[in-house]
Write a new protein. Structure first.
Length: 189
């Protein structure tokens, strides 16, 4: 059995996907092993807590398993399964939040506090969690899941300009937050 696992570990994702499409579950298991943590990390950056990220990642891999024959290797397997996970998160987010992204609330830019602690550890995940929800989701879809602005707008059923605004504002806030070392402070609650 260890030899079979070593054999699978040496294969490219496209080869593993082809084997999984042919019915070899162990090949799909190797894809899950390789990319599961990246999918969960994306979902946490989008706003899921650890348990929700685990559940959504599992659901994403179930969908990927059911549709493995559709993966052609035109992009990376990781990118493909991240997009599936991001779509699942957005569907759950839309159902739970019931917030329309079409409303484009403009908030003030974050200001650095006077006595910012230079020793504070910068953490991108904390900075993302501090963003308003719509900005966090849009930034995560475009930069974490690799969707274009147009693809994110279609997925979110939001106007393209709104998604672009959320992404720009979110990136500006991230830059400001990371530059000042205030990743944990929430902006515009």
């Amino acid at each position: 059995m260890a030899s079979a696992a070593r054999d699978l570990a040496g294969l490219h994702d496209v080869e593993l996907a082809a084997l999984a499409a042919a019915g070899q579950r162990a090949a799909f298991g190797e894809l899950v092993r390789r990319h599961g943590s990246a999918v969960r990390a994306l979902l946490r950056r989008m706003g899921a807590d650890h348990a929700q990220a685990d559940d959504l990642a599992q659901d994403a891999f179930l969908v990927a398993f059911e549709r493995i024959a559709e993966f052609r290797g035109e992009g990376t397997f990781q990118g493909w399964v991240k997009r599936i996970g991001a779509r699942l998160y957005v569907r759950r987010w839309r159902r739970g939040a019931r917030q329309a992204l079409a409303v484009d609330p403009a908030g003030p830019d974050p200001q650095a506090p006077a006595g910012a602690d230079a020793d504070s550890r910068l953490d991108l995940e904390d900075a993302l969690r501090a963003l308003p929800e719509a900005e966090r989701v849009c930034v995560s879809l475009c930069y974490g899941a690799g969707l274009s602005h147009a693809e994110a707008a279609e997925l979110l059923n939001a106007p393209l300009g709104t998604v672009k605004s959320h992404v720009k504002r979110g990136l500006d806030r991230l830059r400001a937050r990371l530059a000042t070392g205030q990743a944990g402070r929430r902006v515009n609650d």
